[in-house]
Design a protein around this ligand. Sequence first.
Ligand code: IPE
Ligand code: IPE
Ligand code: MG
Length: 256
Amino acid sequence: MQERRIRTDRVPRHVAIIMDGNGRWAEARGLERNEGHWAGLESVRAVVRAAHEIGIGVLTLFAFSSENWSRPKGEVQELMRLLDHYIEEELDEVMRNGIRVLTLGRLDRIPPNTRKKVEDAVARSAENREMILVFAVSYGGRSEIVDAARKLMRDAEAGKLDPERLDEKTFAAYLYQPELPDPDLLIRTGDESRVSNFLLWQIAYTEIYTTDLMWPDFRKGHLVDAILDYQSRERRFGLTSAQVGSGRGGGRTEPV
Ligand code: IPE
Ligand code: IPE
Ligand code: MG
């Protein structure tokens, strides 16, 4: 078998993942949907470890959307328990690997115990520099934009911001985590090709990769597949191919 190599000079700086398909994975096995969520936790563990090994700078995982609050109560509770459990079980390894934890979303809606755990993890890991792991929880892209607009309007009202001087850079500074780079690669599992209200502002020029694998089946090799696919693409950002030159071919590679 040909060895698959990731070009080390073009590792995506920021990878975001819509972890979809837990419910269908479970249903296909005659299990409860919640068992699919627990199985998906193994994929989270594996992918965080793999992202760190590959040298990805920021990994953002869509764990729970604003719309997911409308799911059956038992499922919502279980998903919150799962987040709680992940932090409890994995924080030591996260700390050992120098990973910084951040969140994205309206955390005020999540149960106080879980919220406290998540906030402690964010605080404890604040000085870590190896990789940033972002959990999008209670997150909606439109809400993020509306929340940004609200803060911005308040600053304009207070005379801190001149509407005439508003530009994209100023607007982006009002988003939830303005210091993070935009994702280079967005992966969606679960055989769907939609964005489902994830990072609407930030994915303007993100490369999108979808797979029919359900999230609980996703492992390091699949992350490598997505990165190799990403590395075969030419990102033009609206320019012509001649303008950007070919970033493909050559370059240093590393066995995976
Ligand atoms: C993703 O799996 C997990 C969350 C959305 C929280 P789903 O629960 O959406 O699984 P499917 O899409 O129903 O299979
Ligand atoms: C997106 O998956 C949200 C997360 C993975 C957390 P959904 O299952 O909620 O998305 P739709 O309903 O298929 O668009
Ligand atoms: Mg789904």
